[in-house]
Design a protein around this ligand. Structure first.
Ligand SMILES: Cc1ncc(COP(=O)(O)O)c(C=O)c1O
Length: 476
């Protein structure tokens, strides 16, 4: 009992005369022994035989946590291959699970949500929705904004407003999440996929130009171009806008991931005719789920509101003359959004810091390169991403993801390009390089990964990820 008391973790290990592990002993074991009639001077060999849970010397933190969870315990002995105790590992020493990107709530969100409850504004409209729209429009510098139930809804409505319909074509960034393309399909239009360029990982002007050349030759221009700002970084809009302006085709900016980012000082989401943001739980700020459509023509945004509320005509009864959607954001969730807008700049600064630490701490590792940030870009660094050179680094994203997973650190593949998605196999695709080279998007997918990037990671957690990554990347 004295030994248990002296140990900071409340257990001692019982070993045989050779020092080999027999079992763990807790004060509960001794209490049961005494209740069973043992005297205080009796030997612990009276303890019943038990198979204490242990792990071997090469157990990963993930395996240790799984073993502890299975037995609902908080510590376990680590034994050498010949059964000698090496140490006792405690759950708290293993650190928590580090996720890619988690919500980071500020101080005011709950007050706005409470206000919605106390005033009984539990509806897909209300004062929080109105103010959230004004906050976002003012922040990005757009004339108007319409709060919606998701970023996907914003893209869907935006394309509808740009006149996309059955049988049309829409040019879309190839290197993106499927939500950039799905709305094109909802509208019965055909997506034409445009590769990335290597500087920003976003839409390649060279590929876009070739797609337009072919469209002109075929006599069928696209109705819109969906340009995605990936991982929080703007596309290189000057050349993209020039090409689109030449053909008179509007750009819809999929800025789902890039609220707070800038292109040559202009807010992401405000360069195209319409811009779409997402407030999904993993984004730079969140409403748990939600989206926003922004634009400089208040009439277009007013029409978005109309379409998003089932396109009900302004008469006393329910009258409908066109297809509408039920896409408005709830007044409760908009309350979360109002609070989140107050901390957006802090969240951007922290995510940029996370990326800076990775960059400086991993700069000497051969063949590991962080996502480039051209000098015209101010990325919100929604996700910090890196690529691994096949020759210099030699390890695949799969290996790194698995290794980090063993240390309870989540990393993920970069987006799998749209031209490689089974559902979009039939779509035309324009590569950055017209020659035989691998498409930029395919190369990024093969060799890239996203690292934990949350603004709520403290310095110790960032250091834990960096150290684990360094060890993993440098291991032979
Ligand atoms: C590039 C991109 N576009 C669109 C979306 C769709 O946003 P939401 O999940 O809010 O529908 C997302 C994120 O989920 C995204 O990453």
């Amino acid at each position: 009992m004295k030994a248990i008391d002296d140990s900071t973790i409340g257990v001692v290990l019982l070993v045989d005369t050779e020092g080999r592990f027999l079992r763990t002993v807790t004060d509960g074991d001794i209490r049961r022994l005494l209740l069973d009639g043992a005297g205080v001077t009796d030997s612990l060999s009276r303890l019943p035989e038990t198979r204490s849970i242990t792990v071997g010397p090469s157990a990963t933190p993930k395996q240790m946590i799984e073993a502890m969870d299975a037995k609902r315990i908080d510590q376990l002995p680590v034994l050498s291959d010949d059964g000698m105790p090496i140490r006792i590992v405690h759950r708290r020493d293993l650190g928590g699970q580090v996720l890619l990107s988690t919500p980071h709530i500020g101080e005011d969100e709950l007050a706005y949500v409470n206000e919605a409850f106390s005033t009984n504004w539990i509806a897909p409209l209300g004062p929080n929705v109105d103010q959230f729209e004004r906050d976002v429009a003012e922040y990005v510098g757009s004339a108007a904004a319409c709060a919606l139930s998701s970023g996907t809804a914003a893209i869907h409505l935006g394309l509808d407003l740009l006149g996309v319909g059955q049988g049309d074509t829409v040019f879309v960034s190839d290197f993106t999440f499927i939500a950039s393309v799905n709305p094109v399909l909802y509208l019965g239009a055909e997506p034409v996929l445009i590769d990335s360029e290597p500087q920003s990982w976003n839409m390649s002007p060279a590929a876009l130009e070739r797609a337009f050349d072919d469209a002109r030759r075929d006599g069928k221009m696209p109705k819109a171009v969906v340009v995605v700002n990936l991982y929080g970084q703007s596309a290189d809009y000057d050349p993209l806008c020039e090409i689109c302006a030449k053909y008179g085709v509007p750009i819809l900016e999929d800025a789902a991931e890039s609220l707070g980012a800038k292109y040559k000082g202009r807010s992401s989401g405000t360069i195209g005719k319409l811009g779409c943001f997402s407030f999904n739980g993993n984004k730079i700020i969140t409403t748990s789920g939600g989206g926003m459509l922004v634009g400089d023509d208040p009439e277009v945004i007013a029409r978005a509101r109309h379409l998003a509320t089932q396109a009900r005509q302004p008469v006393a009864w329910y009258e409908h003359t066109e297809i509408g959607y039920n896409y408005r954001l709830s007044n409760i969730l908009a309350g979360v959004g109002r609070g989140q807008m107050k901390v957006l700049d802090d969240r951007v600064a922290r995510r940029r810091h996370v990326g800076d630490v990775y960059k400086s701490q991993l700069s000497d590792i051969a063949g590991a390169t962080m996502m480039p940030e051209p000098d015209w870009s101010f990325s919100n660094r929604w996700l910090s991403c890196m690529t691994l050179d096949q020759v210099e680094q030699g390890k695949s994203p799969d290996e790194i993801i698995a290794r980090l997973g063993e240390h309870r650190i989540e990393a993920r593949h970069l987006w799998k390009p749209m031209h490689m998605q089974p559902i979009l196999r039939h779509c035309r695709f324009y590569a950055h390089d017209d020659g035989a080279n691998e498409p930029v998007s395919a190369g990024l997918f093969a060799r890239g990964l996203c690292l934990p990037s949350g603004s709520n990671m403290d310095d110790d957690t960032i250091a834990r990820v960096t150290d684990t990554l360094r060890n993993t990347l440098s291991a032979r």
